[in-house]
Structures are given as structure tokens and as C-alpha cells.
Design a binder for this molecule. Structure first.
Ligand code: FUL
Length: 690
């Protein structure tokens, strides 16, 4: 054979081999699998919810339906502000409450007079939905609509006629405002309402009344790319709670035929999905940035903290769910400044946590097995979700090992499955190799679209990811590790009745320093190691500091006073101990509009503190008060009287000072409560003269 021919043969063989291996067939799908629209939706991950409607103007969460359209009157409505805020936060869309349970429509619908067309907004010429749709488009955001099936305003609710009206409303929303990415149907329905003046209780059979298949067909016809959200999907399901938390084990597979919207046992039985679920219906975690879905000025100080928001992020997006974060837009028609500030803090921290994927520092990536060319371990590094590592048929477990040139320190692990072929992994583990050898860092269950683990700081020369068990051969699209910077937040102060002070921060490994003399603490101040006793009045200041980076928190300050150890509640009522238990989350409800305390000894009193009830729905909050003091419990002297200004809207700690008086007993008398209900007290404290 001459040289040319042998070269030709070799070339031919090489081509044949490469053809052969490049045609290694992909794994067969493990059912159920997502459709193309669900796949596209999954990539959105994070989008905004806006509750803005009649309730915004009535200070309600659920309106009755009897509200006058005249009340709907935002003064500075600006959908572009919403879109800009969402865009800046990395959100991919906005879903608006086009109609909530009270039936008020944000667009000039043909189906009812109960809409924006009869409101003062733009003299009835406005169309809020149009403005939001336009703003989303201008900012490159997707647009979705929430349309409440329950309508407490409509006279026909409960009859077949209403279902047609509901569909007409849907048709209007789906034909007049461009592309819709998600249609949100709420499970809450039935019960009392205005119903065109009937003012009665109307119960419907949630399973059959709405004839959902016909409504779904309408959505498919008008907006085929839109996903439909509901308890039962059909495309995206409710996560089963309003905290924004998915589950450690979260399947996108759902036994969909066993579920219907609003079923009582849904959360407990179905919301985490099932390994053998019949349909692909991934979870969406919805949560409000404040306690309420709608705006209430009294919640301006209750916007979720960074640790809470981070927890939500990691427990939704980090647990195979998308995150729908709600903004209760205010009466101006704007996302409130406090909400924006917290959102910005959250997005900055997320960006910081995921700033650098440390797998880029790898020197080798190997697997104990793979399916062949096109399916090797290196595919998990390319950040593409359509290339993945998988194993030969029948091999349900397997490992990927990543070696680093220098040991890395990491505390976040991120892994994604190639879900187009179905959610497979049932059990996985992560190991790290350090001087002591291999150590198991985490043993977990499901992955799905994305799983993120928050781990203690871990040093590793190599890491090994193992799929221990799966529903089919594993298809792993992405692996990443990060070293998130510590959360260095101002310490929280709690105190026991006997005067012991506890300082805490959300993150381990962060130091706390404090002072009790009013001076600003620093790294040379007293270091906090355990709760300490404070028996007299003191000005506590504390900071947190990350010893690794020197990063320092803001300063926490707390005015401490005498301990409540020897105090006794003399007035009667429900849970008297809650008045002085140093727990702001528990309440004392007085029988006779007052709280009276025996301090156990005489002090020079110079004031008092009143913490109003912190419940979402408050009752008995004191608005007008008198404060009396006594040395013997018989002769009383009025020390102060007045109003807790703005306590309805801002129910925070109230501090009242007066000229020092020697006294052993103190009485806070409610001259008036906000709602006329028996006076309630989360906590009562004194200010002693210093
Ligand atoms: C619930 C509703 O009843 C709430 O008012 C809110 O809209 C929330 C998102 O869904 O079912």
C-alpha cells in the first residue's frame, strides 16, 4: 500500500470514528418533561409581582366589592418607575393584579362599570394595564396578568353567566396588551361579598364552577406562549405558602390530575411536587417584600430585612423554584422608597455572592464514567444548559471530580440539571478534599433547574460531586462554587426579663464588639462571647466585624434600663406576663384599658416606653394615653398624657419622657385605642433617671 492510500484510509477511519462517537445518542427523556414555553419561563427565575388596585386606596387586603370607583386615584402613577426598579434588580418581568377579589378592573373593560373608567384617574380616560404593558415593553420586561376568578363585586358571581364574563375579561387582557408571559389564577374564591348589592355569602364548587379546561383553551388560543399559573398549574404551580420558600426536596413533577385550585390539602400534600408526578408543573414561590400584599403605610417599617430576603432567594431560586417578589405599590402609584432600598441591598448582595465562579480555577475535571463524546464532564463548566454530562444507559449514579491548582475556599455550591429531558436526580452528595482527606460536605435530594447550597466556609484542593441515585441517568448541565462574602449586619439585641443581653448576627464567624457607656465600639472594645447582665440603665452600642476582611457593620444602639425581673403586672387581662416578657411578638390585652406594673422597688422614673402590637392585623393599639405613677400603689400622680402621633401608620416603639418622679408603680392608661377594641400592649418599659 502506498503512503497516499494509507493516509486516506487513516483519514477515513478517523472520520468514521468521530462520526460514530458524535452520534452517541442522547439519553431518552424521563417523563414528564417541560414544553418549550415552560422551558423559556424557567430561565426567567426572578420577576416582580405588583399588588396595586382598589385595596391600595382602602387600606385593605381583601376588598368586599362594595368600594366606590371614585376611591381609585393614584396621584403620581408611573409604571416606568416600576419597570426601572424591576429591571435594575435583574427581574425579567412584572405580573399585575389586573383584577383582585374585589372585582375592580385596572383597565376600561366592557364587562363592568367597576373599573378605572369610572375613577378620577385621568378623568376615567386612563388604562393602567396599558401603561404597565408599555413600560414593560420599553424596559425589555415581560408582562403578566393576575385575574382573580373570585369577584366580590359582580352581581352574577356564582352563576354560569359570570364565568362567561370572566372569560371576556380574560379575552380583553389577552388581546389588547401585546404578549403576555404568564396568566395568574388565584385559588382563593367563594364567600361573602357585595355581589351587585346582594351582600351575601356565595359559595362555588371550586372544582367544577369555573370549567377551567375551557378557560385554559382560551389562553392557549390567544397567547400560546403564556404559562398558566394555579395550584393545579396547568403549567406553573403555587409553592404552597406565601413565605417564598420552596422545599429541600422540590420536584417539578406533579400529580396534576389529583389537584384543583384552592383545594384545602394542597399545601401539605402536593405543593412540593412528587417524584412520580405525572405532569411537568414547576413551582413558583410568591412572597411580598412586606407583610401585606397591598400597601399599608403602617408597614413602611416592616419591609423585609436583608437576611430575610436572602433566605427567600436561596429557598426559592436555590430550590428549583422561580421567585415572584411582590411590591405593594403605594397610593402615589409608585414602588415605595423603603422597598426599593431593601431590593437594592438584596440585589447587590446576590451579585456579590455570585461574583466569581471558582470552578474556573480548576486544573482538571474528570468523571468516573460518561456517555461518550458530547456528554463529558467538562460540559458542566461551559455555562450552557443544553450541554451536559451524563452516564451510559443504566448507570444511575456517577461522580465528577474537579481539581484546583491552589486550594480554594467556598461556601456556595450551585448545580443544575438539563431539565429538557426531565428532572432526574433523587440524591446527590458533595465532598471536598483537604489535608485530612475527603470529607462529605453535603448530602441532598433534588436538583431540578437549579439548586444552590449555602455551606460553611470549606477549604478544598478538589471537590467531588456524586449523583447517588436518580430516576434515569443523570444529566448535569452546570456546576459552580462560590465564596460568598460574609453578611456583616449590625447586631440584633435581645434581653431577658432578668437583664441578660444577647447580641446576635445572622452569619457565623462574624465578631461582635460592644460598649455600654455610649462610646462608639471598635475592634478594641469588649468582644461579645456570651450573654451578659446589665442591671442598670445603659446605652448599648454594638458592631459586627468580619475578621477575615475587616468589614464592619453599622452601629446598633439600644437604650437599656432596669431589668424586669422583679416586676409584677397588677392589672387584669389576657396574658399579663406578655406585657413584661421582653418579647415584642407577644401581647397583653387589658380588661380595663390599662396596664399597671409594680416595679418591685422605688426608682426615679423619667419616662416610659410602649411597644404597640406588631401583628399584621392590629387591634387595641393605644392612641391617646395617660401615664400615672405611684410610690405606694394607692396615691397616683399623672406624669404624662398625650397622643402617640401616627401610631396607626407607624406602629413602632414609643418613648415618652417626663420630669423625674420617685415611684414604684406605673400605670399606662388608654384613653383611646385606634379601633375602640380593648387596649393591647406588646411591651411596657420604664426610663429611669440617669
Ligand atoms: C392570595 C390572595 O388571596 C392574596 O390577596 C394575594 O393576591 C396572594 C398573591 O394570593 O391567594
Amino acid at each position: 500500500m502506498n503512503y497516499r492510500i494509507s493516509m486516506l484510509i487513516m483519514l477515513l477511519m478517523a472520520v468514521l470514528i468521530s462520526c460514530n462517537s458524535s452520534t452517541t445518542p442522547p439519553p431518552t427523556p424521563v417523563l414528564p418533561v417541560p414544553n418549550e414555553h415552560q422551558l423559556a419561563w424557567q430561565d426567567l427565575e426572578f420577576y416582580g409581582f405588583v399588588h396595586f388596585n382598589m385595596n391600595t386606596f382602602t387600606n385593605m387586603e381583601w376588598g368586599t366589592g362594595a368600594e366606590d370607583p371614585e376611591l381609585f386615584n393614584p396621584t403620581e402613577f408611573d409604571a416606568n418607575q416600576w419597570a426601572q426598579v424591576c429591571k435594575d434588580a435583574g427581574m425579567k418581568g412584572i405580573i399585575i393584579t389586573a383584577k383582585h377579589h374585589d372585582g375592580f378592573c385596572l383597565w376600561p373593560t366592557s364587562t363592568t362599570e367597576h373599573s378605572v373608567k369610572n375613577s378620577p384617574y385621568k378623568n376615567g380616560e386612563g388604562d393602567i394595564i396599558q401603561e404597565i404593558a408599555d413600560a414593560c415593553k420599553a424596559h425589555g420586561l415581560k408582562f403578566g396578568v393576575y385575574l382573580s376568578p373570585w369577584d366580590r363585586n359582580h352581581a352574577a358571581y356564582g352563576s354560569p353567566e359570570y364565568v362567561e364574563i370572566f372569560r371576556t375579561q380574560l379575552r380583553e387582557l389577552l388581546t389588547q396588551y401585546g404578549d403576555i408571559f404568564e396568566v395568574w389564577f388565584d385559588g382563593a374564591n367563594g364567600g361573602t361579598g357585595y355581589y351587585g348589592g346582594a351582600n351575601e355569602d356565595r359559595k362555588v364548587d371550586k372544582k367544577s364552577y369555573y370549567d377551567w379546561p375551557t378557560t385554559y383553551a382560551l389562553v392557549r388560543e390567544l397567547q400560546p406562549q403564556a404559562v398558566i399559573f394555579g395550584d393545579a398549574g396547568p403549567d406553573v404551580r403555587w409553592v404552597g405558602n406565601e413565605h417564598g420558600f420552596a422545599y429541600e426536596t422540590t420536584w417539578s413533577n406533579l400529580m396534576r390530575d389529583s389537584v384543583y385550585g384552592g383545594m384545602p390539602e394542597y399545601s401539605e400534600k402536593y405543593s412540593a411536587g412528587q417524584e412520580n408526578g405525572t405532569h411537568w408543573v414547576p413551582a413558583e414561590a410568591d412572597v411580598s417584600i412586606r407583610p401585606g400584599w397591598y400597601y399599608h403605610e403602617y408597614e413602611d417599617h416592616k419591609v423585609r430585612s436583608l437576611p430575610e430576603l436572602l433566605d427567600i432567594y436561596y429557598k426559592s431560586i436555590g430550590r428549583n423554584a422561580s421567585l415572584l417578589l411582590n411590591f405593594p405599590v403605594d397610593r402615589r402609584g409608585l414602588i415605595h422608597e423603603n422597598d426599593i432600598a431593601q431590593l437594592n441591598i438584596l440585589t447587590a448582595k446576590i451579585a456579590e455572592d455570585f461574583a466569581e465562579n471558582l470552578v474556573t480555577k480548576q486544573t482538571s475535571i474528570t468523571s468516573d464514567k460518561d456517555r461518550g463524546r458530547g456528554f463529558e464532564a467538562k460540559n458542566v463548566l461551559d455555562e450552557k444548559l443544553d450541554t451536559y454530562w451524563t452516564t451510559p444507559d443504566g448507570e444511575l449514579s456517577g461522580s465528577i471530580t474537579i481539581e484546583f491548582k491552589e486550594p480554594i475556599i467556598f461556601n456556595r455550591f450551585l448545580v443544575q440539571e438539563h431539565i429538557a429531558l426531565g428532572q432526574r436526580v433523587k440524591e446527590f452528595k458533595l465532598e471536598a478534599e483537604n489535608e485530612a482527606g475527603w470529607e462529605t460536605i453535603a448530602e441532598e435530594t433534588t436538583i431540578g433547574y437549579k439548586r444552590i447550597l449555602r455551606l460553611p466556609d470549606t477549604k478544598a484542593k478538589s471537590i467531588r460531586f456524586t449523583v447517588v441515585d436518580a430516576r434515569g441517568i443523570p444529566t448535569i448541565a452546570n456546576l459552580a462554587v462560590y465564596n460568598a462574602t460574609k453578611l456583616v449586619l449590625a447586631p440584633e439585641v435581645t434581653r431577658s426579663r432578668d437583664g441578660n443581653v444577647t447580641l446576635s448576627v445572622p452569619e457565623e464567624g462574624v465578631d461582635i464588639f460592644y460598649s455600654l457607656d455610649g462610646s462608639t465600639p471598635s475592634s478594641v472594645s469588649e468582644k461579645y462571647t456570651a450573654p451578659f447582665l446589665v442591671e442598670t440603665g445603659a446605652e448599648l452600642q454594638a458592631i459586627a466585624m468580619d475578621p477575615a476582611t475587616g468589614l464592619q457593620s453599622e452601629v446598633t444602639t439600644a437604650a437599656l434600663d432596669i431589668p424586669k425581673k422583679n416586676w409584677k403586672v397588677l392589672s387584669s387581662g389576657r396574658n399579663p406576663d406578655n406585657l413584661i416578657d421582653e418579647d415584642m411578638g407577644t401581647n397583653y390585652i387589658s380588661d380595663n384599658m390599662e396596664a399597671v406594673i409594680d416595679l418591685g422597688a422605688a426608682y426615679s422614673l423619667a419616662g416610659f416606653t410602649y411597644m404597640p402590637m406588631q401583628n399584621r392585623y392590629m387591634s387595641g393599639v393605644v392612641s391617646l394615653y395617660e401615664c400615672h405613677v405611684s410610690l405606694d400603689g394607692r396615691t397616683w400622680k399623672k406624669a404624662a398624657e398625650g397622643e402617640f402621633g401616627n401610631i396607626a401608620n407607624s406602629p413602632i416603639l414609643q418613648r415618652v419622657t417626663f420630669d423625674p418622679i420617685e415611684a414604684r408603680f406605673i400605670r399606662l392608661k388608654a384613653i383611646k385605642t385606634l379601633d375602640g377594641n380593648p387596649a393591647s400592649f406588646a411591651e411596657l418599659g420604664v426610663i429611669t433617671e440617669r
